[in-house]
Write a protein that binds this ligand. Structure first.
Ligand code: SR1
Ligand code: MG
Length: 419
């Protein structure tokens, strides 16, 4: 495919002919493109995702569409998001080695990335709905969040490099705008694309009339748009993680931007909490055990994040922030400064966590954890627990001591009839 050809969406039929000249793809699957079998497997909200199978192996071809797939061409979306996804993947690979799929090829004009086919990995959200456990999941995710948060900030980066990267990612305008609207704004009024489960009206009314809550959410949005602390994945939910029974990778960073260090871990914990609250509709006898396993993952993700962040603080603090010349070199302990930075991260994280719990039940893009529950009479009370806990997290974000306190709140809501 010529690099100068104008953009054209691929199809199962056209892909072999159009990509036969991409050596990086041929070297993965085999050179004879007549032998390639192509499946389109994209189940996300935005893109085309093809699995190409050839005599020598498999690869994934991900291509952006010029509109939001979930909605259709009435909602145009720039192709340049593939550029930011590609650059985010290269940074995540450098900052948290082994955490993302290997990238073989990027074509900016065609907005496509050829990457490693992960097998036998499945989307984590599907595994959580099925009741599967993943060894090492919490340690992997805690380290991913801590390493990308720390190494994408001036705690680690040279000031000039950080500024250049912030400037580069500032070009990713329309994708973060989706988050600004769908995550931080739409849940709190009757926005056009919103929908929620029948029966939830009293809870929705309560949230939308809570002015203090709306102020706290707007404060979180203000930090999201103006605080360029680190490069965040920007959409780190259980649909952006692929796992086997013992190995995981993070995918899909097209929402990457420079933002608050607590954003990713907050969104991630929200998705585990939604998995937790939805379990009564998915499990039988093993319900209590499995729910406790999920809470254990949340606690371990957060504990690993703290341990890894403190370790990086002690051993890799090479940036302009909290330099050794002001602390260790003068015989002054910098741990209280690290404690204060972590306290700010958790404050942001728990607010984002509550907001994500709201948007997945009230805004446009819901999640399968709840959506797969066919009966609204079963779904609504589970979503209500989730929504009210989300509000408590937003209100209490400054005061929450740690993840075990958050898990205790979840246990409390899980035992209540709130609708
Ligand atoms: C219109 S895009 C809706 C959602 O899908 C993505 O995965 C993000 O979560 C976004 O908010
Ligand atoms: Mg995605």
């Amino acid at each position: 495919m010529s690099a100068s050809a104008s953009y054209e969406a691929l199809s199962v039929e056209t892909l072999p002919e159009r990509l036969k000249g991409v050596a990086a793809l041929a070297s993965q699957v085999g050179a004879d493109h007549a032998m390639w079998q192509v499946q389109e497997v994209g189940d996300g909200n935005l893109n085309l995702v093809f699995i190409v199978t050839g005599p020598e192996g498999k690869a994934v071809v991900k291509q952006a569409l010029p509109y939001v797939r979930l909605v259709g061409d009435s909602w145009p979306l720039p192709l340049y998001r593939a550029f930011f996804e590609y650059h985010a993947l290269t940074r995540q690979a450098a900052r948290a080695p082994g955490s993302v799929p290997e990238i073989f090829y990027f074509d900016e004009v065609q907005a496509l990335i050829v990457m490693e086919f992960l097998s036998p990995h499945l989307i984590l959200r599907r595994k959580l709905i099925a009741g599967d456990r993943v060894d090492g999941l919490a340690e992997f995710l805690g380290k991913f969040c801590a390493r990308t948060a720390f190494r994408g900030s001036e705690l680690s980066m040279k000031s000039g490099d950080k500024k250049a990267d912030v400037a580069l990612f500032a070009g990713n305008v329309d994708i973060p705008a989706i988050t600004e609207a769908l995550v931080f704004t739409d849940p709190y009024f009757s926005a056009e694309m919103n929908h929620h489960t029948e029966g939830l009206d009293p809870v929705v009314k309560r949230l939308r009339s809570d002015v203090e809550l709306k102020v706290k959410v707007q404060q979180a949005l203000q930090r999201f748009v103006s605080n360029t602390e680190t490069m965040v994945h920007g959409d780190l939910h259980s649909g952006s993680i692929m796992s086997t029974d013992r190995e995981s990778r993070v995918i899909d960073p097209e929402f990457a931007q420079y933002g608050p260090m607590g954003f990713d871990i907050g969104m991630l914990c929200a998705n585990f909490l939604m998995a937790y609250f939805s379990q009564p509709a998915h499990r039988g006898e093993d319900l209590a055990d499995y729910q406790e396993w999920i809470l254990g993952v949340i606690e371990e993700v957060c504990a690993t994040f703290e341990t890894e962040f403190r370790h990086l603080w002690k051993t890799k603090r090479t940036g302009i922030l909290y330099p050794a010349c002001l602390f260790e070199d003068q015989g002054h302990d910098s741990s209280p400064a690290c404690d204060a930075v972590l306290a700010g991260i958790w404050r942001d994280a728990w607010a984002v966590c509550g907001i994500e719990m709201h948007r997945r039940c009230l805004s446009l893009a819901h999640n399968a954890d709840f959506e797969d529950i066919a009966d609204p009479a079963v779904r609504a009370p589970l979503e209500a627990r989730n929504l009210l806990m989300g509000a408590e997290l937003i209100h209490e974000a400054d005061r929450l001591t740690d993840a075990s306190a958050v898990c205790d709140i979840a246990r409390d809501f899980n035992g209540k009839d709130v609708l």
